[in-house]
Design a protein around this ligand. Structure first.
Ligand code: DAH
Length: 343
């Protein structure tokens, strides 16, 4: 009997249950009515009287040891839910829940088209300074965009001739300046990012939105290159046969400046609410880099020329998915987001 007790003690001492079921099996094997201990207690009845005291003690000790093992491991499963050894972090996930935000979908699609043309993604800070957002881009000191009404300032510097204000960037054109400062020719970048303007929130305007900026500087870059690049983008994104037109415009950092319209992809140019019955919708501003901005970043305008363009991601997404309220993108209403699960 003594040997049996010792043998069981050795067996149970190293026991570690893999999960709750295994622990229950263990408990049944030793402590239940048909378990090994019950058997031993039955045998105990036949033990010679002079051995009873010692065997009784050993038997009780064994029972307590097993009960403690069961209780302690039981507690562990209750706190961790399941056994640690059961959790396999390398297992593949069956199904992903959730979806990409429509703005991310559109941004990636646009990035991809320009990547294939050799543009690389560039980045810049959202908290910028006056120099990169305005001054280096040829904005006159009294330009209305510098006004408190349009720009969120973080700190204002009172020096009126040379502002060094810190502000939230109002456009991703600031990344142009950062790319030109790095001064590695040629420059062919696409800069997606978040921008901020002090606007009242409505179906058509928001204080936060997203833009994608493009910049190409090299020797002999012309307006024809700009037209062809953007024409290619439109065919890829809105489909073969989409028409484009360029209207003269003004931006401080481009000369010549233009706005580009595409034939309305909703009505095919016939006229509808989206295109306000004109058959055309504006999708971006663009132009040839003003020599002043090249000079500001120490690029010789006699040697290099470039083009730039900038578009609003929300605007493109609204056209693509026929969404007529800009606020939808920021409310995170699951009924709205779920519609893009497969996008
Ligand atoms: N930065 C302009 C805006 O926010 C958009 C823009 C227009 C960007 C013309 C350009 C450009 O690069 O050439 O309204």
């Amino acid at each position: 009997m003594k040997e049996k007790i010792e043998q069981i003690l050795a067996e149970v001492k190293t026991f570690k249950a893999e999960n709750k079921d295994a622990l229950e099996q263990f408990r049944i094997a030793y402590l239940s009515k048909k378990g090994a201990l019950t058997e031993l207690f039955t045998e105990f009845k036949q033990v010679a009287p002079e051995m009873r005291k010692e065997m009784g003690m050993r038997l009780n000790e064994l029972k307590n040891t097993i009960q403690t093992i069961v209780d302690e491991q039981q507690k562990q499963f209750e706190t961790t839910g399941e056994s640690k050894t059961d959790l396999d972090l390398t297992l593949p996930v069956d199904a992903m829940s959730g979806a990409r935000h429509p703005l991310s979908v559109v941004r990636e699609e646009i990035n991809d088209i320009f990547r294939r043309l050799g543009f690389v993604i560039a980045d810049g800070p959202e908290i910028e300074d006056d120099y990169h957002v305005f001054t280096a881009l040829n904005f006159p000191l009294d330009h209305p965009a510098r006004d408190m009404q349009d720009t969120f300032f973080i700190s204002k510097n009172p020096n009126e001739n040379k502002p060094t204000d810190v502000l939230l960037r109002t456009h991703t054109s600031s990344v142009q300046v950062r790319a030109m400062e790095a001064n590695k020719m040629p420059i062919r970048i696409i800069a997606p990012g978040r921008v901020f303007r002090n606007e009242a929130i409505s179906a058509r305007a928001h204080c936060i939105f997203h833009q994608i900026e493009g910049l190409y500087i090299d020797k002999n870059v012309s307006f024809a290159d700009l037209k062809q690049t953007l024409y290619h983008f439109v065919q890829e994104y809105f489909g073969e046969g989409t028409k484009v037109r360029f209207r003269p415009s003004y931006f401080p950092f481009t000369e010549t400046s233009a706005e580009m319209d595409i034939s309305c992809n909703i009505c095919g140019g016939e006229g509808c609410n989206i295109c306000k019955h004109t058959g055309w919708v504006e999708i971006m501003g663009c132009g040839i880099c003003d020599p002043n901005i090249l000079k500001a970043s120490n690029i010789d305008p006699e040697e290099y020329t470039g083009f730039a363009f900038g578009m609003g991601v929300e605007r493109i997404a609204m056209l693509k998915y026929q969404i007529n309220d800009l606020r939808m993108f920021f409310e995170n209403d699951l009924r709205f987001l779920k519609q893009f699960e497969n996008a």
